[in-house]
Design a protein around this ligand. Structure first.
Ligand SMILES: [Zn+2]
Length: 338
């Protein structure tokens, strides 16, 4: 098969397109011939060795295609099934996995980070890590939603977003932020966004957000001016540059949920503000198998739209990565074969 291989850690320019041996599915596993793959920031982090994957490595968490081989003991799916890959992989037998809490698994793995992923013609995953492709989606949208929409859905669940809450999504444009904006609306929240780019704010409002503010200005103040109050829930994945503003915008009893720190990993926490306002800071990563089924259902019945930014040829991974690195995207960047 053709695969974008990482032989050494050296950033996004280190991926090389090569012909490699096609993997075989083991017991309980399936192999998917991918029509599309989608990019995540994770792919850039892997190429930079954060964390360092076992080399040689194939990145890529998201994709959709057709099952072309199944291992022993696979009864739930068959060759020819059209599927979406779920990149959140538990061992299936530790305490957390038995409770259905995949992302708390003792030996938790993310496809494309710890295992060979979807930046290849074919990928092998556990049979429990594929779901039927929603029939209302074309391949590009089916292959795009997995990691971002699953992650955003878990974040909003963990932050206990309620109908009528004000949700602020920091740094709209990226996959998880856009997904949080879309899912937040479906969950009945008033949704506001921030961005450095006024055009992205315009697009967010066009997609149904109630308003947006430049992240270069005091967006806490701007939100209060616009609504008379702060946010009940803030979705963060920027970190250091926005942390102070994101904490100060929270209402009493508010929840800040974070799944990353693209702008820097260390932040300061004001304890008086935390306890006096009874705030919660919540970490969240990926999602469990039930959450992936839930979000797939919400997408399949047309409640949650999947935003695709652009579609590149599989061979043009460098062009696709450059778009993501420059932060130009609004939604998911997809690679298509043929
Ligand atoms: Zn486990």
């Amino acid at each position: 098969m053709n695969a974008w291989i990482l032989h050494e850690i050296g950033g996004p320019d280190s991926f090389v397109l090569e012909d490699v041996e096609t993997p075989l599915p083991g017991p309980g596993e399936v192999r998917v011939r991918l029509h599309v793959s989608a990019l995540n920031h994770l792919d850039i982090w892997s190429s930079m060795g954060m964390p360092k994957p076992p080399l040689p490595h194939v990145a890529g968490a998201d994709g959709a295609g057709v099952i072309d081989a199944v291992g022993e003991d696979v009864t739930t799916v068959a060759v020819g099934d059209e599927v979406v890959v779920n990149p959140s992989i538990g061992c299936g037998h530790c305490d957390a996995c038995r409770r259905g809490e995949t992302s708390l698994c003792d030996s938790y793995k993310i496809l494309g980070e710890h295992l060979w992923g979807t930046l290849a013609d074919q990928v092998v995953v556990p049979a429990t890590n594929v779901v039927a492709k929603p029939s209302i989606l074309d391949w590009e949208h089916a292959g795009a939603y997995g990691l971002a929409y699953g992650t955003a859905y878990r974040m909003l669940r963990r932050a206990r977003l309620r109908v009528g809450d004000t949700l602020l999504v920091v740094g709209v444009g990226g996959g998880v932020s856009n997904a949080a904006m879309e899912i937040g609306q479906v969950m009945g929240a008033k949704v506001f966004v921030t961005s450095r780019d006024p055009k992205k704010i315009e697009k967010a409002v066009f997609s149904g957000a109630d308003g947006g503010f430049l992240s270069t200005e005091d967006y806490g103040k701007a939100l209060k001016a616009a609504t008379g109050a702060g946010a009940d829930v803030v979705v963060e994945n920027v970190g250091a540059p926005t942390w102070k503003a994101s904490m100060s915008v929270l209402n009493k009893g508010g929840r800040l949920v974070t799944c990353g720190g693209t702008g820097g990993p260390s932040v300061e926490l004001s304890l008086p503000r935390l306890f006096f306002k009874q705030l919660e800071v919540i970490g969240s990563t990926m999602f469990d198998v039930g959450e992936f089924a839930d979000i797939t259902r919400m997408i399949a019945d047309g409640r949650v739209p999947v935003t695709v930014d652009s579609v590149f040829a599989f061979e043009d991974l460098p062009g696709a990565l450059a778009r993501m690195q420059n932060g130009e995207q609004f939604g998911k960047i997809v690679l298509r074969r043929g």
